[in-house]
Design a protein around this ligand. Structure first.
Ligand SMILES: *Cc1c(COP(=O)(O)O)cnc(C)c1O
Length: 367
């Protein structure tokens, strides 16, 4: 038997990685899993068939390396995003986490700094530190909102090489106005990354930061197929930016980083974008029902333009999380005092969560 003989601390690990904790949202096989903001609706049957056909065709040539430039897929994303974008404005990778990693490899790294407004996506500091850069936390105002003046002043003080703007913000759900993005861009000396992972769940008439891309070569807008597109398991994220930014990312990606099977699956799914996104309205309706019911139960849900709701008024988040877990409902303790986050699922899943929470009594019970 191969026996573990050393601990992590005993290995000649990079000093700047010592003491860090890996990303670790629990993956428990519970009946109702509403903890990582997936689309809980499966890919529609007729779309799944077409994706399978595409994967089968790609498999016949899998002895060859895939198209390193994933041209068809980039054309598909450009079409989907609109805003006058073409394939040379598009980049993609295995999840938007890898897209963000490519950005940090190209524009971050040792001696550099990335900045985000806390609380925000927990992967920003982890990805930043893994490239050897430092991460600086900014702050948010009332209800986690940002104003153009305050956000720009914080960025001006920090002078970061990279700013992350999560729009709308995870884990709070907070919308972000284009005026804030413009002000931060003008104040920032370096790259400004707008992470629009949840943009499809925002009101139909809300504007994407894609509208700001012309004449802003340091602006990047990242998206993912993991949330609205019900494609989390396929690992496909993408971004739009000036073609020079795309050239920078070519310097750091691994050759052939997007497998032929991934390219085939994502390109096929994009051909069916309306069907893939058909459940978004239903999810938004569940989100709003969850917020209204939480309010009626005496909690304080925060405004959300995403597929999840952060709510406060929880006396002891850890024990409420555990009590829900014991009832087969998995949600997320994001480490914000007296608060928990729940993903909007199907009507049945959302009801299961709300019923289980109601059963715990006011404030989520006392554990
Ligand atoms: C879920 C999420 C992502 C997506 O990650 P993938 O790697 O594409 O699955 C990116 N940013 C934020 C803020 C998210 O919540």
């Amino acid at each position: 038997m191969f026996k573990v003989s050393v601990r992590l601390d005993d290995l000649p690990l990079r000093n700047d990685l010592r003491g860090l904790t890996p990303y670790g949202a629990p993956q428990a096989p519970l009946p109702v899993a509403l903890n990582v903001n997936e689309n809980t609706h499966p890919v529609p049957e007729e779309v799944a068939d077409d994706i399978l056909d595409s994967i089968a065709r790609a498999l016949r040539e899998v002895n060859r390396y895939p198209d390193r430039e994933f041209t068809s897929l980039r054309e598909g994303f450009a079409d989907y995003l609109g805003h006058g974008l073409a394939a040379d404005h598009i980049w993609a990778a295995n999840g938007s986490n890898e897209v963000l990693q490519h950005l940090l490899q190209a524009f971050g790294g040792p001696g550099r700094t990335a900045f985000g407004f806390a609380p925000t996506y927990s992967m920003y500091p982890l990805l930043t530190r893994a490239t050897g850069a430092a991460y600086v936390n900014g702050t948010r105002g009332v209800d986690y909102a940002l104003t153009p003046e305050d956000a720009a002043a914080q960025v001006d003080r920090a002078q970061p090489d990279i700013v992350f703007l999560c729009a709308p913000n995870n884990p709070t759900g907070t919308p972000l106005g284009l005026d804030v993005i413009e002000a931060v861009y003008d104040a920032a000396p370096g790259m400004v990354i707008v992470d629009e992972a949840y943009q499809e769940f925002a009101p139909r008439d809300s504007r994407s930061a894609l509208a700001l891309l012309p004449d802003r070569p340091r602006l990047v807008v990242s998206r993912t197929m993991s949330k609205a597109f019900a494609f989390a398991g396929a690992r496909v994220g993408y971004l739009a930016a000036d073609p020079a930014v795309i050239d920078a990312l070519r310097l750091v990606r691994l050759p052939y980083h997007l497998s032929a099977l991934t390219q085939a699956a994502a390109t096929a799914a994009l051909r069916h974008a309306p069907a893939m996104l058909a459940m978004v309205d239903d999810i938004v309706a569940q989100r709003d029902r969850i917020s209204a019911t939480l309010d009626a139960l005496g909690y304080q849900p925060f405004e959300s333009w995403t597929n999840f709701v952060l709510f406060s008024g929880v006396e002891d988040p850890a024990s409420t999380w555990q009590a829900l877990y014991d009832r087969g409902v998995l949600i997320r303790d994001v480490g914000i005092a007296h608060s928990l986050r729940v993903t909007a699922g199907t009507a049945e899943e959302s009801t299961a969560f709300l019923d289980a929470l109601a059963a715990l009594g006011p404030g989520g019970g006392r554990g």
